[in-house]
Design a binder for this molecule. Sequence first.
Ligand code: PM9
Length: 460
Amino acid sequence: MPFQRRSWAEPFKIKVVEPLTMTTREEREKHITEAGYNTFLLKSKDVYIDLLTDSGTNAMSDNQWAGMMMGDEAYAGSVNYYHLEEKVQEFYGYKFLVPTHQGRGAEHIISKILIKPGDYVPGNMYFTTTRLHQELNGGKFVDIIIDEAHDSQNLHPFKGNVDLQKLENLITKVGGKKIAYVTIGATVNMAGGQPISMENLRQVRALTSKHGIKVVLDATRAMENAYFIKRREKGYENKSIKEILLEICSYSDAATMSGKKDLLVNIGGFLALNDNDVFEEARNMVVVYEGLHTYGGLAGRDMEAMARGIVEACQVDHLQARIGQIEYVGNRLIELGIPIVRPIGGHAIFLDAKQFYPHLEQLKFPAQTLAAELYLDSGIRSMERGIVSAGRNKETGDHYYPKLELVRLTFPRRVYTQAHCDVTVESVYEVFQNRNNVRGLKMVYEPKYLRFFQARFDKL
Ligand code: PM9
């Protein structure tokens, strides 16, 4: 029996540090007002602990930095492209690789290739950029996640699962030919970083195969998903993360990837595929939108860092520390009676703003308000994941009203210490104590696409 470490202590030590800015409450009042109460519009120099996202905010290892010096910046056929291709084939199992500058570059290409106007694109909950690219290509997103995913307190261990009946009903209603493909997120970001089970993936594959429908995996945090399968699903306890990851991918035809999350880099992504014809088309398209097919908008050094990141990120010790840190914060918040999405997810703690501020109706933007309050209290930056992120229905023009109205405290990988975690918990608690004094916000500027990035608000 190998030694089982109980602690989530980090399997690394710190070699380089980056100073943080401490601000006063008066300064933060000024900064958040100037930012229109949108944490995306704050300057990072005015932020103390930055929990906006885990995207591109990870700390690279000495091995990855060494790899940066090995960048082969040839326009065509870079050594680093071939290294990345080898690692994608080895760890994800797809035959073909098309590098892209980040995840949405891959989403753009696959949506353009596979979606015809009027097609349906079912998925286990929407993701902002993914759904937008589907819609821009004439597709209609249909949510087929299990109902439990929309309930922040439901303890289902795999809240990312597809409701097979919902998928089957859609196939019966519109016919398999009108379904461009099924998007499978692993883990499901907007549900709270919740995993999908291997059994469910297998069933989705069986049902879609019967009807000749393709499956496109959003593999952005698939290694974190693999870790949850190892911990929670019978039969996977003794499998390696790599074996589990390969099996996850084997139930799909292609994968879009934002390397900025799982893969411990600051920029990068890819599209990985098995179908030769789709690959040919993607190779054609990448030269139009991203760059040559052997760099896809990335420098050689970025591809090298991502190739090395794949190997590091797939280590169970790494994932145990990564997810252990999130669980540490989540469990402390639960002990303090703070409403958060449960079970605790893979990349973030999601505060339930509807429960936090039950006196604020959704059009007073409770999650946007809570993110601003948290910044005001301590300089911690978080992200709204509620009605603002959900955007508007393209046909009716009305807001989508998502059941989940959340604030995401997202932890970059290998960046913050346990003391930073404690400060975060203390600040959320303080804001919770003052919850009754808060009145909400009104939107005063709304951009057309992905409005959460640039929308502006005023205090009510
Ligand atoms: N996710 C995040 O913070 C960054 C931008 S949206 C606020 O969570 C999934 C599951 C993602 C994701 C980005 C993308 C797009 C695709 N799928 O940001 O284009 O979480 O690299 O990836 C963000 P890129």
